[in-house]
Design a protein around this ligand. Structure first.
Ligand SMILES: C[S@@+](CC[C@H](N)C(=O)[O-])C[C@H]1O[C@@H](n2cnc3c(N)ncnc32)[C@H](O)[C@@H]1O
Length: 218
């Protein structure tokens, strides 16, 4: 999607992707990664997700990247966190204890802030890209992540012709074919989530699954 698409969504607060609670799949599967307290975790396309708070509560240092300034400011104000902001190259870096969010384009983010990262979490980031941008995103993510870093990826799959994305449908076959060159890929769970997604039910999407993957950067 073009940046203007997301800026418009945030300006009109049409942020149906944002959850008012921590993602239950993160709570269920993150502990399996066994990242040591103090480890750095990257959250690409982070929005103002409360999942950042969960990761920080596990004793991790979270580094996010988000395009929209208001989304970043809302993260800190909604969670009543004191924040300092510094310009770093093309990005604004918003920091509080244990959380730094680089506001700006992921494709323009320098690698240096992520050099010590050992974990990552992608929820509604891969599936936010239209098919023609998806491979480019995977390559960018792989470029930013140090070797051996370990993470969770949460995806949705459904018959794409039944609904316009985002979120876009990403199949297991696509992930295995396009992410395996960069990551060891293991599917941890796939669940039928149609009933919990009224937008999909209303549009008569016949099926909808949500999958969790464990990825290790090669
Ligand atoms: C579907 S939302 C998901 C947000 C978050 N991961 C969540 O689970 O709530 C995708 C987010 O990516 C941001 N975004 C889109 N393109 C971006 C880019 N090139 N660089 C950084 N962030 C971007 C959007 O502003 C939006 O907040």
């Amino acid at each position: 999607m073009q940046p203007s698409f997301w800026h418009d969504k945030w300006a009109s607060q049409q942020i149906g992707f944002h959850l008012d609670e921590v993602n239950s799949l993160l709570i269920d599967y993150w502990p399996q990664l066994k990242l040591a307290a103090g480890s750095q975790v990257f959250v690409p396309l982070c929005g103002k997700t409360l999942d950042i708070c969960y990761l920080a509560e596990q004793g991790l240092e979270v580094i996010g990247c988000e395009l929209n300034q208001s989304a970043v400011e809302q993260f800190f104000s909604d969670n009543e966190l004191p924040v300092e902001c510094q310009t770093q190259g093309e990005h604004e870096c918003y920091r509080t204890e244990q959380v730094s969010i680089y506001q700006g384009d992921l494709f323009r983010l320098p690698k240096e802030p992520l050099e010590a990262v050992s974990g990552f979490y992608d929820r509604a980031a891969l599936i936010a890209w239209p098919p023609e941008m998806r491979q480019q995103y995977v390559e960018r993510l792989a470029e930013l992540l140090p070797p051996k870093s370990i993470g969770l990826l949460i995806t949705l799959d459904y018959p794409q012709e039944a609904l316009n994305g985002p979120p876009f449908a990403v199949s297991d076959a696509w992930i295995q074919a396009h992410m395996s060159p960069y990551f060891e890929v293991e599917c941890l769970s796939t669940q039928d989530v149609l009933a919990q997604n009224p937008r999909f039910v209303k549009k008569q999407v016949p099926w909808l699954t949500e999958s969790v993957y464990r990825l290790v950067r090669r």
